[in-house]
Write a protein that binds this ligand. Structure first.
Ligand code: MN
Length: 328
């Protein structure tokens, strides 16, 4: 069912179909948007005229610089398309939409598949897929697809794909910054991506209010037996006129703490509901922890939603982490 190589079937699906709808996940970041836009630009170069990129959530301000970001729609087209492509996600629910009016589905993703995937009709009925949880970014997979389709990588495609790889490797810092990621990034720079211009947009252009929110949140930083954690409450969001998208990389701060095996970031979404982001530096599998709360992600970076008061949520999450630390 899954494959790490670009299959001839996948190539055929892209070559033989006419209309495409490309969808990433809710609250998109650089990988979801960069990979989706690059695929759209590549398909247009192949002569496909009917290509739509869709995002349920608005585009974060820091990613508006992505070439062709203006083409992204928030509502699906009414008419039926040949192919809907899920990029950087592998479940309809993650897109934020209920479903799509499409003849067939393709998945290009690097997240772990849900446990029931083997039995699910949805996965059995895919036209083709490229699913590789070992890939650093969905952008890397889109690069491989475009190369397999012999699409020339121009400056705009390169900028989108470089941003995808840059952001999902944490600025080429994480363990997924493999030789392959760096080689492909190098090819993208040769094709016209400008590293410092992109870094300035992604990392050096935070809205003032989001740094003020970080200040309030950092005041809650604590540690507890190998866990470092930080909290953002609805009250802090209100005080600084900010929203969830201003907290994008906040989990990086507890992770910076020396000796923190697991970093946790709690963001209050509603009364008695928290978005919990989990990061690990080494041996603990946080994807498993997130999954035990109905969430998901990667081994070193995952998230979930947990209901309860902050105290209850902390207790539940810390207990699961302590268990995972012991088992690791
Ligand atoms: Mn990704």
């Amino acid at each position: 069912m899954t494959t790490t190589k670009t299959s001839s079937r996948l190539k055929k699906v892209f070559k033989e179909n006419k209309s495409f709808l490309i969808v990433g996940h809710i609250n998109p970041e650089g990988d979801s948007l960069g990979a989706s836009l690059a695929l759209a630009l590549g398909l247009k170069k192949l002569g496909k005229k009917d290509v739509t990129v869709l995002s349920h959530s608005p585009i974060p301000e820091t990613l508006e610089f992505l070439p062709s970001s203006k083409i992204i729609k928030s509502k699906p087209p009414r008419k039926e398309v040949d192919i809907v492509v899920l990029v950087d996600c592998n479940e309809i629910e993650r897109t934020g939409f209920d479903g799509f009016n499409a003849k067939q589905t393709v998945i290009i993703d690097h997240h772990v598949l849900p446990l029931n995937a083997g039995k699910s009709v949805f996965y059995k009925s895919l036209a083709a897929s490229l699913i590789d949880p070992g890939a650093a970014a969905a952008g890397l997979l889109v690069y491989k697809v475009l190369i397999a389709l012999e699409v020339p990588i121009d400056k705009h495609i390169a900028t989108n794909l470089y941003t995808a790889i840059l952001t999902d490797t944490g600025g080429f810092k994480y363990s997924n910054a493999s030789s392959e990621s760096l080689k492909i990034a190098s090819a993208l720079v040769e094709a016209g991506a400008k590293p410092w211009d992109i870094s300035k947009e992604v990392y050096e252009s935070n809205p003032f209010k989001s740094i003020k929110l970080l200040g309030l949140s950092l005041a809650t930083l604590e540690r507890n037996n190998g866990i470092a954690y930080m909290v953002t409450t609805r009250n802090m969001l209100k005080k600084t006129s900010t929203s969830a998208e201003d907290c994008e990389d906040f989990v990086d701060y507890p992770r910076k703490v020396k000796g923190a095996e697991v970093a946790v970031y709690f963001r209050e979404d509603k009364r008695n509901q928290f978005k919990v982001s989990l990061r690990t530096k080494d041996r603990v599998n946080v994807e498993k922890i997130a999954k035990s709360f109905g969430g998901g992600g990667h081994v070193a970076a995952a998230g979930c939603k947990v209901n309860g008061t902050l105290k209850d949520v902390k207790n539940k999450v810390f207990l699961a982490i302590q268990k995972a630390i012991k088992e690791s």
